[in-house]
Structures are given as structure tokens and as C-alpha cells.
Design a protein around this ligand. Sequence first.
Ligand SMILES: [Zn+2]
Length: 308
Amino acid sequence: MVHVLDTHQLGRRGIIAATVIEAGEGVAVFDTGPESTYENVAGALRKLGYGPNDVRDVFLSHIHLDHAGAAWRFAELGATIHVHPRGAPHLLDPRKLVESATRIFGDDMQRLWGRIQAIAPENLRILEDQEIVHLGHLEVRAIATPGHASHHHVYHWEDKLFGGDVAGVQLGDGPPIPPFVPPELDVEAWLSSIQKMKDLDAKQLYLPHFGPARGPVGPYFDELEERVRRWADWFRDRLCEGDREEALRADFAAYEASDLQTGGATFDQVADYEAADPSSMAVTAATRYWRKAQAEAVTSVPSPRGTS
Ligand SMILES: [Zn+2]
């Protein structure tokens, strides 16, 4: 049985989920949400008849604070935190993670994400690609799926898939969109990861933003893939035309909003998408991606210093 718990981050519904399965003696949680919403998740667990102490395993898709921020709270209560090898060092010593998030969010860190503390090594388990964790009768398989972040796993059990952010963001009546964020956006890797997820032929897909994906999983991924390609191309073309990051912000926000509304999102839901996945982050991410990783594809793009 899968339960999608709403973290109610900043009091908003349907933006960030903690996904729970009952397994063995207790429960397992796929992405905890931020530390600032720990009490909300604890309360939602109590309504299911469990408490935070019953969380034996936490499976992290990646270590961004909206997904992994509360992991240390469950680790303190004895849970095992499962994570990709490249995410583990930042859970053991979160200083760099906090520094880089502070560069983006500044004084808003505490309000958005809460407190961050280190996880003890004995509570951390590094999972390699394709590694299986047994939970009672369930076998949960970690699958390395870079693109949104280099250290991203999705988790597959039975005919179900917990997709993390690489599986897209879908809110309300809106379509699936790819959350492009700096600094690790990799479009090619993202497309390969979508193919990997499709090949699993899962019947149900759970998203941290937010809940069960609507409709059959295959067409969902087709739509996500189309948007990864089209959005990446939109940025490449604009950068090739010489547009600067600042100019792209307003244009991409408008482009995304119109894409969302064409895809079925209401006006309010467009604002929800912006809360879950700010469009300005996509501009920073895509600009960085095309300038650095794909320098040869955009040779006419001026360098950030304007020297070439
Ligand atoms: Zn996220």
C-alpha cells in the first residue's frame, strides 16, 4: 500500500510529497520533504497509525533540500537512509550543500527548508545502480538516473516506480514538465534516464511533485521526453541568437506558463508549478548546460564575460 503524504511546505497543498509504503514491521519513506515540514509528515504518519519511529528506511531520490532535508531527523530515530554514492558525502557532512543552497536562497533558507544536520555513517547506506533492498517481502531496486542531478536514483518495486525529480513534475491538471535546475542539468543523460524508466514498464509512477502520475505511465514519459527536448532546444536557440540570461528569465517564464496552460494547468496551478520548480532556475541551469557541457553546439554564444 502506497500513501502519498503532503508536506504542506509553506502551507501549500500538493507541492512536495513524502511517499510512504508499509513494508515489514514499519514503513519506508521515499523522499522525506524538507526539515521545515518534518512535523507535518510525522502528523500524517500518525493518521496512518504509525509514528516517525516506525520509519525504518528512507530512500532518497537525490539530496536537494526539498526531498532530503528531513532525512537526518528520521536517521536520529534509527532509520537507514539509502542514497546514491555521490550524494552520501553531502549527507555525512552537509556544509557544502548548505553553502550552495544559501547562495541561491539566502536569508530564506530557514523558512523554506528548516535546519540541516549531518547523518551518522551507521545510519547511511550507499546504494549502487541496480542494487536491491529487501523490505519484508518487497524488493526495492535503486536505478541510477542522472539528468536533473548527477546523484539521482529512482526506486522500482513490483509494478511501481518512485520517480524523483528526473521523472518530472506534474501538479493538478497540468502536464509533466522537467525540473531543469543548476548545477548538474544534463539533457542527454536525462533522455537516457527517461528511456531507462520507460523500459521498466511500471504501472504506477509516484512523483515527489506531486503524487501518482495521471494516466498510463508510457504516454506520461513520452510527454515528459518531448518537453525535455523542446525546452532544451528553446534555450539553445535563444542562446545561439545571443540572448543573455537576464533577458531569458521573463521570456522563459511566459513560455513555460503558456506551455502549462496549453497542457491543462489552471492559472493557480501555474503558480504551484512555479513554487515547486521556479522557472528562473531552468534559465540558470540551461544557460550553464549549453555554455559549458555543450560549448561546441553553441559556439556563437557570447561567453559570460563577453570576451569571445
Ligand atoms: Zn524537487
